[in-house]
Design a protein around this ligand. Sequence first.
Ligand SMILES: [Zn+2]
Length: 75
Amino acid sequence: MKLLLWALVVLAILWLLRGKKSAGSPAAAGSAPDKGMETMIQCAQCGVYLPASESIVTSSGSVYCSEEHRLRNAS
Ligand SMILES: [Zn+2]
């Protein structure tokens, strides 16, 4: 009979640990959207949105999606 109680206690502990793990996974998954949180900027020529790391920024501060659009807007 005592063995059954211990089995229940162990099961309860395992269940609680699982609950904590599942509660922690959203925090781990929360780091994934951070990658998508990269600043999105708009091309001054065509208006398309693109990550800041892929953009072309001129010395005057204008932002373009491609070298082609930078040249097109400059002329
Ligand atoms: Zn563009």
